[in-house]
Design a protein around this ligand. Structure first.
Ligand code: NAG
Ligand code: NAG
Length: 400
């Protein structure tokens, strides 16, 4: 009984605390300070931003064997990405990522509507080994980082804020980033200036650069699905394009990205590194991920694979030739076997008969070495053959 009372009072206490927390969270206006882990971490987002608990959330894991090839998906066309202007780009740290604002004359074609560029930003890990910091994964495998280029549907909506809550309102390009040996000069256009915006809410201007230099070369092969913003408020308004080709940056570039920024503001005493700013993959919930390419054309063959295929085909041809030869021989053998029963009556060894008479029932158009050998044999045994000629004369074709 006493135990029961304790449980009830504990329950009431928890209820009061959570009500208080909800009240304080709600009282801090629209700007609830969410994070990737800790207080209002990913698993709590949906309590404060209901769309984060929706059924068409992003990112997702792309299981390539379950994608559907859609031949109508044409290459995406960046418009004005490479155009240079003397207008610098604005770049800031919003406490969750680094954002570069893009001029409105940049856009995206190749989708059912024209989309205007808004901004680009990055997602990354924590500088350690282990899983990468990409949001989307392919066949369960993450990449080291991920670039998102955000656009809004300028044909259906007047601006970004109107479009971002609506279906088909946004188009985001997802570019998986992996590390290699070489420095990627395109990414230095951002990384070289990140030291100016180490703290949340800091802002700077950077020289305009060719945004297309951040994209993979192959814009024709990608995955397409309907999803959401990957940060609160998680609006389910995004037509996603995730490129099949990854881009490479150097290990030093990745480390700079992962170690440079703080999620804390400049006046905050405790500095918090801005790391692991990726959302975990969300359930597909019966959504279909379309691929602009079919699995067979999805990758180039290595020279080793080409050699293997050539050898395989050659072996196959030889195999088929051997089988055909075997079948021909078997047919001939059985025909001769039939003849043998006739010939055996002439009191000769059956193998002699088989050997000596082999070419007789099957006239060939092309003479092999073997048949020539047999011919010489025939010449030697011509006399005995002549004797049997009468017996062999009924052709096998005349048999029922
Ligand atoms: C966006 O468009 C809507 C609808 O026309 C308008 O009410 C709103 O003020 C616009 N917002 C901005 C930031 O321009
Ligand atoms: C996204 O949803 C719309 C309907 O709202 C549908 O017409 C379209 O085919 C979907 N696209 C993909 C890639 O699933």
């Amino acid at each position: 009984m006493g135990r029961r009372v304790n449980m009830d009072s504990l329950g009431l206490f928890v209820l009061l605390i959570s009500t208080f927390l909800h009240w304080t969270a709600a009282s801090s206006a629209d700007e609830i300070s969410w994070s990737y882990s800790g207080f209002v971490g990913q698993s709590e987002w949906s309590e404060y931003f209901p769309d984060c608990g929706g059924t068409s959330q992003s990112p997702v894991d792309v299981i390539t064997t379950q994608t559907k090839y859609d031949p109508s998906l044409v290459p995406v066309m960046p418009l004005g990405y490479s155009q240079h202007s003397n207008q610098p780009f604005s770049m800031h740290n919003n406490g969750h990522t680094v954002i570069v604002e893009l001029p409105e004359w940049m856009g995206l074609g190749g989708l059912p509507w024209f989309f205007t560029a808004v901004q680009l930003h990055l997602h990354w890990g924590n500088g350690g080994p282990g899983v990468g910091g990409s949001e989307h994964t392919i066949n369960g495998r993450s990449s080291d980082a991920e670039l998102h280029v955000v656009h809004y549907n300028a044909e259906l909506y007047p601006n970004m804020s109107a479009a971002m809550t609506q279906r088909d309102g946004l188009a985001v390009l997802g570019i998986l980033i992996e590390t290699g040996e070489e420095t990627n000069p395109g990414f230095n256009n951002i990384l070289n200036y990140m030291s100016r915006i180490r703290h949340a809410d800091q802002k700077t201007f950077i020289p305009a650069f060719d945004v297309q230099s951040l994209l993979p070369k192959d814009l024709g092969r990608y995955y397409r699905y309907n999803g959401s913003l990957t940060t609160p408020p998680c609006y389910q308004s995004v037509i996603w394009t995730l490129f099949h080709e990854r881009v490479q940056i150097s290990k030093a570039q990745l480390l700079k990205m992962e170690m440079m920024l703080y999620s804390s503001k400049v006046q905050e005493v405790d500095r918090m590194l801005l790391q692991d700013n990726y959302r975990i993959t969300q359930p597909l919930n019966h959504r279909i991920i379309f691929a602009s390419f079919s699995a067979e054309s999805g990758r180039e063959l290595s020279s080793g694979e080409v050699t293997a295929i050539v050898i395989g085909v050659m072996c196959g041809c030889v195999g088929v030739a051997v089988i055909i030869r075997f079948i021909v021989k078997t047919i001939r053998f059985f025909k001769l076997l039939h003849l043998e029963t006739v010939v055996v009556n002439s009191s000769t060894s059956s193998w002699d008969v088989l050997h000596n008479n082999r070419p007789a029932p099957m006239p060939r158009t092309k003479e092999t070495e073997k048949s020539q050998e047999i011919k010489t044999d025939l010449a030697l045994t011509l006399t005995s053959k002549a004797e049997r000629k009468e017996e062999l004369s009924p052709s096998p074709q005349t048999e029922p």
